[in-house]
Each structure stands twice: as structure tokens, then as C-alpha cells.
Ligand binder design. Structure first.
Ligand code: AMP
Ligand code: ZN
Ligand code: FE
Ligand code: FE
Length: 287
């Protein structure tokens, strides 16, 4: 069984359309795929249609979700995967909209800093890199910098200009992780913390924060992820067992935007079964 519970499409900063992503996942033989674009449900409808209209009689199951950008009190960025929630739950959708709006002003401010440093790039050039309704993110700015010839790749853009420690970095409004967990669960879904100890990409959550989230009703921990070292994985696994949390593994696939390949890490079927049972309704989409 291949179960991949974390992927992105052009509804945020991935490079495949939801339709293309579904087609690729089916060709790859994936059994359960989650679409988890940043702060949006904008790709859901296209993904559902692509699955229903797929010419093969694929039995792949589609799990709809979102990767919710969150911020801790001290400004640490935390990503919370929400899966199987009801997209008609207005308070959660309103929170996504608020975050997406603030991503726009934040982008103008990052661009102003780049311009001050003599790097020629405009907001229109960034917008040209994304679908109209897509959640705006630094990867679109990275693509614009590539198109302009300033850098060779998204990765280089992050290394030189866009990483979290950069002098050009500015964050945007996002809910606290506790609030994200509460909203996801009020919407009937399940909350899994994404890559919590990703020291390789400079994102490491403090142990006390993780404890606080477990007390707030966190359902699972993404343990197997390319940004985690072996030591980080065993530490997270121990924590998940200790607190009876679901353990997931996933690719965090972004199309050609990152090296991550579909299903490079996967979730154990029993763990997936437990997770699905925690949602307040059966929301998995089948053909
Ligand atoms: P933002 O949401 O605007 O803060 O941008 C964060 C996104 O940038 C994350 O979802 C990552 O997938 C992406 N990202 C971070 N580092 C890199 C990198 N080195 N190469 C490509 N994408 C990256
Ligand atoms: Zn991303
Ligand atoms: Fe993430
Ligand atoms: Fe992600």
C-alpha cells in the first residue's frame, strides 16, 4: 500500500495542476493520496473531477486537506496539516483567506527590500508565476527571480535571498498552531503537525511547543519526511508512541519545485486507518 498524505499543486506553490497530480499519482500506483495546498482548498474540485473522470478504473482514494501556515508566540513558523475537514466550515475558510491576504502585503514588502538592494523584480512578474487563485508564496518569487536570470533555480533563490534567516525575509499573519488545530477539528477533520523537527530546512519546533500542541488535541505527527534526520525521526516516533498519536510519512511533493518525489515516504496502512477514523465523517473521495 502506498499512502502519501502531503502534496502540493498549483493551487499553492506546487508545479502540477491538481489534475496532473492525480494522473501522476495513479500512474505511480499510489493507493491513498492527500492534496494539501498551503492555506487553501482551491485545488479540491479539480482533483475530485480528475479522479472521477480518470479513464482507468483506478481505486486510488483521494484525501482532501490543506497545510495550514501557523506561527508560534516567538515567531517560529509551524505547518499544520489538516485532512478530511468540511470545507463548508466558515471559520476555517475565513482564516485561510486572512492568511492569503496577508501573504500579498508581505510579498510587496519582500520585493521592496530586494529592490532596495538593487535586485530588479516586480510584483507583476511574481504574479505571472502563479495561477490566479493560488496561495502566493516565496516559491513564486523564486520562480520570478529565475525567469529574470537572477538565479538558476528555486533552491538557489532560497539559499541566496529567500530563506527564513535572510535579511529580505518577512513573515505574514498566520494563526497560532493551537487555533489551527481547534478550527480543523471543529470542521470535523484531523490535525497532523508537518515536519516538526526539520532542522535541515531551519524549521525546528521547541519540545515545549510540541507538548502544548499534543495537549490541544493534535492527532498525528509527520515523522517520515526528507527534511528529518534519522535521529529526529526516532525522537518523534518515541514521542508519538508515548502520547498515542498517529505516525505519518509523506513526500511533500511540489512537482518540479523541489526534489521531493511522490511517495518517497509513505504512511503505514494501520496508521492511516486510525487517522481516518478520527474524522467526524467519512470524507475520503473514491471514483
Ligand atoms: P512561504 O509559504 O511563502 O513562506 O514559502 C515557504 C515554501 O517555500 C514552503 O512551502 C516550501 O515548500 C518552499 N521552500 C522552502 N525552501 C525551499 C527550497 N530550498 N526550494 C524550493 N522550495 C522551498
Ligand atoms: Zn510549499
Ligand atoms: Fe511545510
Ligand atoms: Fe508542504
Amino acid at each position: 500500500m502506498l499512502i502519501d498524505l502531503h502534496t502540493h499543486s498549483i493551487a499553492s506553490d506546487g508545479t502540477d495542476s491538481p489534475h496532473a497530480l492525480i494522473d501522476k499519482a495513479i500512474s505511480r500506483g499510489i493507493d491513498v493520496l492527500a492534496l494539501t495546498d498551503h492555506d487553501t482548498v482551491g485545488g479540491w474540485d479539480e482533483a475530485i473531477r480528475a479522479l472521477r473522470e480518470h479513464p482507468s478504473h483506478s481505486k486510488m482514494e483521494l484525501v482532501l486537506g490543506s497545510e495550514v501556515s501557523c506561527q508560534d508566540d516567538d515567531g517560529t513558523s509551524i505547518h499544520m496539516l489538516g485532512l478530511l475537514f468540511d470545507s463548508k466550515y466558515e471559520p476555517l475558510i475565513a482564516e485561510f483567506e486572512k492568511t492569503r491576504e496577508h501573504r500579498v502585503t508581505r510579498m510587496s514588502r519582500i520585493i521592496a527590500r530586494l529592490n532596495e538592494a538593487g535586485i530588479d523584480i516586480t510584483i507583476d512578474e511574481v504574479y505571472a508565476q502563479k495561477r490566479d487563485d493560488a496561495t502566493l508564496g516565496r516559491p513564486h518569487l523564486a520562480d520570478a527571480l529565475v525567469a529574470k536570470g537572477h538565479v538558476a533555480s528555486r533552491d538557489e533563490a532560497f539559499k541566496i535571498f529567500l530563506h527564513n534567516g535572510s535579511k529580505f525575509y518577512i513573515n505574514h499573519y498566520s494563526p497560532s498552531p493551537e487555533m489551527a488545530i481547534r478550527l480543523i477539528k471543529e470542521a470535523g477533520g484531523v490535525a497532523i503537525i508537518a515536519h516538526p523537527l526539520a532542522s535541515r530546512s531551519g524549521r525546528t519546533i521547541k519540545p515545549e511547543t510540541l507538548m502544548k500542541l499534543i495537549e490541544s488535541g493534535l492527532d498525528g505527527i509527520e515523522v517520515d519526511h526528507r527534511d528529518h534526520s534519522e535521529i529526529e525521526r526516532s525522537e518523534l516516533l518515541r514521542l508519538a508512541i508515548e502520547h498515542d498519536l498517529v505516525v505519518t510519512g509523506s513526500s511533500d511533493y511540489h512537482g518540479t519545485g523541489k526534489l521531493n518525489q511522490l511517495a518517497e515516504f509513505t504512511t503505514n496502512p494501520q496508521q492511516w486507518e486510525r487517522l481516518e477514523a478520527k474524522a467526524n465523517a467519512r470524507r475520503v473521495v473514491r471514483r
